[in-house]
Each structure stands twice: as C-alpha cells, then as structure tokens.
Design a protein around this ligand. Sequence first.
Ligand code: ADP
Ligand code: MG
Length: 246
Amino acid sequence: MDDLFKPLGLTQLAQALPTLLDEARQQQLSYEAFLRQALDTEVKGRQQRALERRLRAARLPAHTRLEAFDFSFQPSVSERLVRELAGLAFVQTATNVVLLGPPGVGKTHLASALARRAVEAGHTALFVTLRQFAESIEIAGVTAWRQQARRYVQPRVLVLDEVGYTRLTPAQAQCMFDLVTARYERSAIVLTSNVSFAEWGSLLGDEVLATAVLDRLLHHAEVLNINGRSYRMKDRMGADARQMTT
Ligand code: ADP
Ligand code: MG
C-alpha cells in the first residue's frame, strides 16, 4: 500500500500498519473501529513529531521541568503564581514574566520550564541568553541581523536568559529595544536577570533607551523576585554545616 501512503504523506500509518492489522484481526475490530484507529495513529504520530520539532527549535536547556523544581527549597518563589503561569494564560495575553535574583536560585530552570509547558501545549518558543543574542548581532552585522530578527520575534514565547552578565554595544541595545517593541502586547518574553532594573542603564549603555525598554517590558508583566539560597551550593552548604556541627 506504500504507493497510496506516500502521496498522502501517511508516514506514521505506514509504519504502524502491520501491527494495527494484527491487532484488528485478533480483536475482530469493525471496519469503522479499525479506520478510526488507523487515522488516530497517524494524527497522534504527527502531533508527536511536531512537538519534537518545536522542542528542538526551542533550544531549551535539558532537565528543566516544572515537576523537578523543589518549591520548598525556595520559599521566596510563589508556588501559586508559578502554577498559575504554568496554566499559560500569560502566553495568550502576551504578559511578560521577569525572574530576578542572584545566581543559582532557579531563574533559568523556571523560565525554561514555563517555555517547555508552552511548547507542550502547542506553542513555539525560543531560549536564548542575552550573550547569544548579542553575539548573533555581532556575527551577522546589524543590517543583515535585522533581516533575520524574525527568528526572535516569531516564537510565541521568547526566553531571554542572563540579562545582566553582558553589556550591550549601542547597536545591540537598539536591537534589543526593537525586539521588545516588536513583541510588546503581541507575544510574551520570559526574562531572567541577576541585576536590578536600576542597573539597566549601564547594561544598555543608555539610560533613556533602558527606560523605554523597561517601560514596554514591564507594562504587562509578572515580576518574581527570588531572594533565596543558591541550589547549586545546596549540597556544599549542607556539608559545611554538618562539618561545623561536628
Ligand atoms: P539561576 O538561573 O537562577 O542562576 P538555575 O535555574 O540555573 O539558576 O539553577 C541552578 C541549578 O539548580 C540548575 O541545575 C537547576 O535545575 C537547579 N535548581 C535551582 N533551583 C532549584 C529548585 N528549587 N529545585 C530543583 N532544582 C533547582
Ligand atoms: Mg541562569
């Protein structure tokens, strides 16, 4: 039947057919039940492949699922708010999510876990650090970069990670402003930063531009201030504490 599957693009069904036929014979399925199962196999297979494609395109860091986040370790993170965000209304309303806090408190983990939820729900996403963003402008040159800027504008959810470690050149800062403006009230940005908003002026090398970026970014936004211990230092601190008590 390959001659029929191919023009119809029924690749999933083609693969599964021998098994499906065996099962249908064993269970003596009706014609209707068999057809339904065959089509269902094709639809589910396509959905799975589309999900895998979106996940690859999103470039999310591995091992960052919401289920793996230990809320009891980080009491300053509102579990209620994160669960609400995981319901993905923020994607529909193009509400930004800004995660602030020192290194190791789980900003990247949470940002990426939210983006993963969005991808699993059928949305597109892209994870990028500010350094990667800046480098992409550096490598392409501003003019060429502007033509590929869609790459950062189109995904329904854009994670902009590690804002604060990289100072931007004037051209890069302008591109960031353009990006935030292009996404403003259209699609959500999930941003993480280890610096306060007051420092964005020196980060972008321009106070006026920084104010304009923050104005758009924070107009519709949930801001999570995380001020707990570093999870990376968890075991180390535990060991130190034990040592000190013995
Ligand atoms: P940040 O981006 O704030 O510097 P990360 O999100 O990269 O921190 O977290 C550092 C490491 O610790 C990651 O491997 C992350 O998965 C893990 N981690 C951080 N917080 C938690 C937590 N509350 N529960 C489970 N793992 C966590
Ligand atoms: Mg991080």
